[in-house]
Design a binder for this molecule. Structure first.
Ligand SMILES: O=C(O)CCC(=O)C(=O)O
Ligand SMILES: [Fe+2]
Length: 236
């Protein structure tokens, strides 16, 4: 984009919105894992319209899942949308019904925007989560189901209440802690935290699911609904 010179010889600064929209930060987590964060992926008002639609129209359920051999109610609402003919998703002993994209046209618009932002991506399934307030959460996990292959790219779009998204390195199977004299250096880059904003996009790619865990912890102060969409590719 070219910039014009003002009357007094100052260079004009592009307007603030354009600068914000172009903000895209890439975080190299090391060893082939990468996270990309775009705080203003979708416009603010449009994001509220989508939030209202999703909150009201999606057939949310709160299923029973199995965690460490015990049955419990999943601590958030969920729904699953997938293209026809994909192998079925199963996680924590639960197999969600796959709804069709055609039943929820705004999801196709969001998918198109994600594909545009991430050239070369081909998402064909979507796991939706609804956190009614700060007592809903997702525990530490990796989306490393075989179904997704070895290096899944996962694109996560958030609406509504801002929540913290944490990444923590999986314990290494080899001894990677370096001893320097008496001091044990573990490095501080084994954890990352993002506040996922209304209308934001966060992408995990490379070996992030193999080498890292992520979570959205409980937050007493979060007092309103958050909706999160994670787009995934299931190879056929
Ligand atoms: O709500 C989020 O930001 C993350 C959801 C998530 O990790 C998942 O659905 O696997
Ligand atoms: Fe996840």
């Amino acid at each position: 984009m070219s910039s014009t010179s003002g009357r007094l010889g100052f260079t004009e600064v592009p307007n603030q919105t354009a600068v914000e929209n172009s903000k895209r930060r890439t975080f190299d987590l090391g060893n082939g894992s990468e996270v990309v964060y775009m705080p203003r992926f979708l416009a603010f008002e449009e994001s509220w319209t989508l939030f209202d639609y999703l909150d009201k129209q999606i057939p949310w359920t709160r299923p029973s899942i199995r965690v460490f051999g015990r049955s419990c109610i999943q601590p958030r609402d969920t729904c699953y949308v997938a293209s026809e003919g994909l192998p079925e998703l199963r996680y924590s002993g639960y197999q969600p019904h796959a709804y069709s994209w055609d039943d929820y046209p705004p999801l196709k618009d969001i998918l198109a925007a994600v594909h545009k932002a991430l050239p070369g991506s081909h998402f064909n399934s979507l796991l939706l989560n609804r956190y009614k307030n700060g007592s809903d959460y997702v525990a530490w996990h990796a989306d490393d189901e075989k179904l997704y292959g070895l290096e899944p790219e996962i694109a996560s779009v958030s609406f509504g209440c801002e929540r913290e998204f944490l990444l923590r390195k999986k314990p290494s199977k080899t001894i990677s802690v370096q001893s320097i004299g008496n001091r044990v250096s573990k490095g501080s880059s084994d954890q990352h935290s993002f506040i996922l904003k209304h209308g934001s996009l966060l992408v995990m790619r490379g070996y992030t699911q193999r080498d890292w865990l992520h979570s959205v912890p409980k937050r007493v102060k979060a007092d309103s609904v958050r909706i999160n969409l994670t787009f995934r590719h299931v190879p056929i």
